[in-house]
Write a protein that binds this ligand. Structure first.
Ligand SMILES: Nc1ncnc2c1ncn2[C@@H]1O[C@H](COP(=O)(O)OP(=O)(O)OP(=O)(O)O)[C@@H](O)[C@H]1O
Length: 574
């Protein structure tokens, strides 16, 4: 090993009170290429040592009235890695052995032969180099162990905690007092899965891996982690312990979740960008107790959104109570919302618990809020402001803890300007507004919605429909969907009943849906069309949609079969 080392990279200190020895040994070492400094006594040597460390010191045991052994102690305390070889005039075994016990590498007896000097010096330097390399390796490992963000836990062959890094202290709740304790007996806040698997690694002498499991950290907060472990085997093949690396992947999992396009979120189907934004908004609003106003055309899924807001939030354990405000007369709605006491009005034969009370600790969904009378608006405002109300026919106020979600397909701001809706109530309701896009504004969602409803009606009607034909899908893409998702759901229900094969075709669709297309696209081939948001159906498209059936294409376009043939002939002659 020394042969690959450069002697010039080693500094040697030669300490002897005999000038002849200093000269001779110094010359020999220098001739070999070593860098040599000489000192006649302990004081001179210490001055040189103070200036810079040496790799090797050759020290005479007897230094004119001073002890070379004392200098050995000085050197070892200043530079523990410096090798020291003692030189002795007489082979006084006791002194030499004492020197080795105090840390000397070896000793040489005068007269010193050239070969012996070189052999022992090289041996000492080689050992030093190895020690230095081992120390550097250990220091590097130690730095990695301390700074790595993954948790590292080691057990000894008895299954007792041997070592862990700071990350493991934070994630697993380990502390220094636990070192040496039986890992299986430690009382940790996690589910103990890592400890059990690490001990299993030790017992069976095989590496183990756990992919993304749930546990709890030192503070008891839920985390998602991955785990790998391996036995530590010594040179003889004996299992000496085991080491585990635990990676906290919670942030990664959260990020993946937020990046992943969710085509369904709490029963709401939607791939389109506005629906993805809606899902993110619902998630953001889940744990905020604010009132939410949901706006959107009929059939866009307002009730589904209200249910999702409830289901994702902290109140999900409480009730979700729905009231359709437009379905009841003013007095019935009042008693439905707030309850009444027996005898409060004619027909009130018993006490009735209102929906506000039923929704205590949960969510009250007020659908069609735009239709409530001014008297109900007034009472509602009071609950929103003070969280209390009286049952009809009673004056004792009742307190409730209810999150209100209201929905309407009307423009409440317009109703406020028309004086039919209270401005103060509007502001109270409109703390956060969620606007649902109409289906015609997100036709990207057609395919997943169609698939969703086919699956739903397959279950309901015991069918095995696998999809819709391309011409039927083309009709869906051209339709305006005034009834939004509800209309699509009804169309698929209708088609699922009529469908004779496993594919829904044009003839299975509701007639009014085909009629609406025909009406929209009347005479598109001949007549110049007025500008509209949707281009009219072309003859080619109609033929694709009808699978080449010219009569049905003519029907779709609202033109005669003759016109279809005439156009086709014209096209062919071009
Ligand atoms: N994005 C969607 N994914 C799946 N189903 C939907 C979706 N949107 C609406 N639906 C379905 O359409 C039907 C109508 O939805 P919902 O009652 O929530 O709409 P709405 O906006 O509250 O309607 P209205 O204003 O008429 O009360 C329901 O059967 C619902 O399950």
């Amino acid at each position: 090993m020394i042969s690959v080392m450069q002697p010039s990279s080693f500094r040697i200190l030669l300490v002897d009170d005999e000038e002849g020895i200093r000269f001779t040994l110094g010359c020999l070492l220098k001739k070999e290429g070593f860098r040599v400094e000489v000192a006649a006594g302990r004081g001179e040597a210490l001055a040189l040592l103070a200036a810079a460390p040496f790799d090797l010191a050759l020290v005479d045991i007897m230094l004119a009235g001073e002890s070379g052994i004392g200098l050995l102690g000085d050197i070892k305390s200043m530079y523990p890695s410096t090798q020291v070889i003692m030189i002795t005039g007489r082979p006084e075994v006791d002194t030499a052995a004492e020197a080795v016990r105090l840390g000397a590498f070896d000793y040489l007896t005068k007269p010193i032969r050239h070969e012996t000097l070189m052999a022992v010096s090289r041996h000492a330097l080689s050992a030093k180099k190895m020690n230095d390399e081992r120390e550097l390796y250990r220091a590097n490992l130690d730095a990695i162990f301390r700074t790595v963000t993954d948790s590292i836990v080691m057990v000894d062959r008895e299954g007792c905690l041997a070592q862990f890094n700071a990350a493991a202290g934070h994630l697993c709740g380990l502390n220094g007092d636990m070192i040496g304790m039986d890992l299986a007996a430690l009382n940790l806040s996690c589910n103990g899965m890592c400890a059990a698997t690490l001990l299993e690694t030790l017992r069976r002498n095989v590496p183990q891996e756990l992919r993304r499991f749930e546990c709890r950290n030192r503070e008891g907060k839920p985390r998602v982690a991955s785990f790998t472990s391996t036995p530590v085997v010594d040179a003889d093949g004996t299992v000496d312990g085991a080491v585990a690396v635990i990676r906290d992947e919670t942030r990664l999992v959260d990020l993946e979740r937020s990046l992943r396009t969710r085509s369904t979120y709490h029963n709401i189907v939607g791939n389109s960008a506005p629906m993805q934004r809606l899902f993110a908004l619902i998630e953001a609003l889940a744990d905020v107790p604010t009132t939410v106003l949901i706006n959107g055309e009929s059939g866009t899924g307002k009730e589904l959104v209200a249910a999702a807001l409830h289901a994702t939030g902290a109140r999900s354990g409480g009730p979700f109570v729905k009231v359709n405000c437009s379905a009841l007369s003013e007095s019935l709605l009042e008693s439905e919302l707030f309850g009444h006491v027996r005898g409060a009005f004619t027909g009130a034969i018993a006490d009735k618990v209102g929906r506000f009370q039923k929704a205590h600790g949960g969510t009250l969904f007020l659908d069609e809020i735009g239709d409530i009378s001014s008297a109900v608006q007034m009472r509602l405002l009071r609950v929103l402001q003070e969280s209390e109300f009286e049952r009809v026919g009673e004056s004792t106020p009742l307190r409730v803890d209810v999150r209100i979600i209201a929905a309407t397909n009307q423009n409440l701001a317009d109703k406020v300007s028309q004086g039919t809706f209270r401005q103060d109530l509007f502001y109270r309701l409109n703390v956060v507004r969620v606007v649902l896009p109409a289906l015609r504004e997100r036709l990207d969602d057609l395919e997943p919605l169609v698939a969703h409803f086919i699956a739903k009606f397959n279950v309901k009607f015991g069918r095995d429909i696998t999809g819709v034909s391309s011409d039927a899908m083309a009709v869906f893409h051209r339709h305006d969907w005034p009834g939004n998702v509800r209309e699509l759901e009804h169309a698929i229900e209708h088609a699922s009943i009529l469908c004779k094969s496993d594919i829904i075709s044009l003839s299975d669709l509701p007639q009014d849906l085909l009629d609406s297309l025909r009406a929209d696209d009347a005479s598109p081939v001949d007549a110049p069309v007025a500008p509209s948001s949707r281009p009219p159906l072309t003859l080619e498209e109609a033929l694709v949609m009808t699978g080449g059936n010219k009569s049905r294409a003519a029907d779709l376009l609202g033109i005669s079969r003759r016109t279809v043939y005439r156009h086709l002939e014209e096209c062919q002659s071009k």
